[in-house]
Every structure is written in C-alpha cells, then in structure tokens.
Design a binder for this molecule. Structure first.
Ligand code: GAR
Length: 213
C-alpha cells in the first residue's frame, strides 16, 4: 500500500515509518512526504531515504481549502491511497477530511479522548493521572476525534516533567505507529460507526496498577 506522510517538524515518527517500510516484508511504502514548514527536519529524513518530498507554504494559498486541495492532488498524484499524519500541526479542512475519510490516521501523544490539543503532557501532569500514552486514530473533522485504532500506555512518575513524560510516550509512538500501519496495509482494519474493528485483534493479559503495592 502506498502512503503519504504529513509532517511539520522533527519527524521522528516519520523515521519510525521509514524504518518499518525498509523491511522487505512490510506491506506499505511511502510515496510522498509533505511538510507545511520548509525547515522541518523530517524533510531531510525523507530525502536521506530517497522519498519524494513537497513543501506547501500557507502564504502561497488564500484559503485553507485551496491549501488542502493542492495537498490532496499531490497525494493522489503520488499514487498514495492512505495518509499518516505524523506531527502535522495544522488543522485540516472538512473537505480534506471527507475526501480521505477512513483513509487518514493520526498519532496523538495522549490516551484519547483525554488531553486533546496542545501541551498534552503538561495537562496529564497537572491532572495527576497515573497513566498516559499515545493513540493512533482515524481522523474526523473535530480535532483529535475519531475511531481509535491502537493505544500504548506508560506510567506517569511522581517527579515527571512534561519533557520526561513526552520522551517516555514518544518511545511508544515509534513502536505503535508502524504496527498500526502494518495492520492497515494488511487490510485488517475496518471502521464501523465510530469504532475501528481489527481482524484477529489480540488483547494483552492482566492489568497495570500505579502506584504499585
Ligand atoms: C509527536 O509526539 C506526535 O504524537 C505529536 O507531535 C509529535 C511529533 O513528533 N502530534 C500531535 O500532538 C498531534 N496532535 P515527531 O515530529 O518527532 O514525529
């Protein structure tokens, strides 16, 4: 399955997808990386991997719809049939989300539906939650909404800072996103209503308790 990856910055999640796709038995390949920032480090990661890149600058478009339509055209022209958002920090228009309905996923660094938007690790620490994590979900028009495909959980430590928690969550993002893309490309995922259903869904055993005894 050919996919496009949309980024705005560092691109460490993009890198985890590039690394996964380099495996001969991985069922997806990246046909295009798009950034809305010309200085995004992820663009270098893509060109180092010989993946075509495009930058779309919002100054070149008068409306969000025009910007998104140009992105959509480029994605289709690359042959991609699915899109992964990987730190793409720009709201998408309703039209774009509709065009790519159930062919568009995002990774978010919290256990959705908790802590949407920005500063998620600050929010998690302020609320004193004992666990946080990351979520891969299908994209809907409302920000950080949509059927949940996969989540990973990490403990929140009493002395965590937003940075230390972000690093623990990011490590899981790099594991979860390639796994999610694999089952998508293997066509094991379908969306029914607002739930993602996975063929052969295996669940982990047991529970986690924080604090421990
Ligand atoms: C990641 O933590 C990703 O989950 C987050 O931005 C970071 C991008 O890092 N995305 C969001 O917050 C989307 N709402 P990366 O550029 O190194 O992949």
């Amino acid at each position: 399955m050919k996919i496009a990856v949309l980024i705005s910055g560092r691109g460490s999640n993009l890198q985890s997808l590039i690394d996964a796709c380099n495996d001969d038995d991985f069922p997806a390949e990246i046909s295009l990386v798009i950034s809305n920032k010309a200085d995004a480090y992820g663009l270098k990661r893509a060109s180092d991997a010989s993946i075509p890149t495009k930058v779309f600058n919002q100054k070149d478009f008068s409306t969000r719809e025009d910007f998104d339509a140009a992105m959509s055209d480029a994605i289709e022209a690359s042959g991609a049939e699915f899109i992964c958002l990987a730190g793409f920090m720009r709201l998408l228009s309703d039209n774009f989300v509709k065009t790519w309905h159930d062919r568009l996923v995002n990774i978010h660094p919290s256990l959705l539906p908790a802590f949407k938007g920005l500063h998620v690790h600050e929010q998690a620490i302020e609320r004193g939650v004992r666990f946080s994590g990351c979520t891969v979900h299908f994209v809907r028009s409302a920000m950080d909404e949509g059927p949940i495909l996969m989540q990973a959980v990490v403990p929140v430590l009493p002395d965590d800072t937003p940075d230390s928690l972000a690093a623990r969550v990011l490590e899981q993002e790099h594991i979860v996103y390639p796994q999610a893309l694999r089952i998508i490309a293997e066509r094991k995922v379908r969306v029914s209503g607002e739930r993602a259903i996975i063929d052969g869904h295996k669940t982990p055993n047991g529970s986690l308790i924080n604090p421990e005894k």
